[in-house]
Design a protein around this ligand. Structure first.
Ligand code: MN
Length: 200
């Protein structure tokens, strides 16, 4: 198999009470697992089988919808698990904090704008903090399992933080209250990991 489901780097219940264990178990074990299985089926026996998921995303317009949907799903969720964690939350520090202040004014303004992008994404999709080619930060959102690495993205850049706003990410605990889920998300954000991604 070309692609594998990465292990969740913490227990299913590690993000409670902000994200419940049952949601994490289904999200990782069923949803992400299905993206990996379907991606492997879509690339089987083709040259893209040997590419990295980042390389596939960057030229996604060359591939069929099954690769776009499931390849995006695999990339996005692999990132999502790592940018959250137990004993997380708080505020960013160092160069990342400076870049956030420079791009958005201050940390609270950044959160307000990010939450607006997440709440305002109609239907299923993701909100992103991205780094553009010049190293500047921007907020964007994508539909379905698209992401800003993709050549089809309206706003392109390297994702440093992503928030899944598909109903499967929050419905068991939050039902229709997506803004409450978005607000709770900040309590589990792993700024150390995001700073690492920003520094690359
Ligand atoms: Mn998801």
């Amino acid at each position: 198999m070309a692609f594998t489901l990465p292990a969740l780097p913490y227990a299913f219940n590690a993000l409670e009470p902000h994200i419940d264990a049952r949601t994490m178990e289904i999200h990782h074990g069923k949803h992400h697992n299905a993206y990996v299985t379907n991606l492997n089926n879509a690339v089987a026996g083709k040259p893209e089988e040997s590419l990295s998921i980042e390389e596939i995303c960057k030229s996604i317009s060359k591939y069929p919808a099954a690769v776009r949907n499931n390849g995006g799903g695999h990339y996005n969720h692999s990132l999502f698990w790592t940018i959250m964690g137990p004993n997380a939350g708080g505020v960013p520090t160092g160069a990342l904090a400076d870049a956030i202040n420079e791009a958005f004014g201050n940390f609270d303004e950044f959160k307000t704008k990010f939450n607006a992008a997440a709440a305002g994404r109609f239907g299923s999709g993701w909100a992103w903090l991205i780094k553009d080619a010049s190293g500047k930060l921007a907020i964007t959102s994508t539909p379905n399992q698209d992401n800003p690495l993709m050549d089809v993205a309206e706003v392109k850049g390297t994702p440093v933080l992503g928030l899944d706003v598909w109903e499967h990410a929050y419905y068991l605990n939050y039902q229709n209250r997506r803004p409450d889920y978005c607000a709770a998300f900040w309590n589990v954000v792993n700024w150390a990991e995001i700073a690492k991604r920003f520094g690359k």
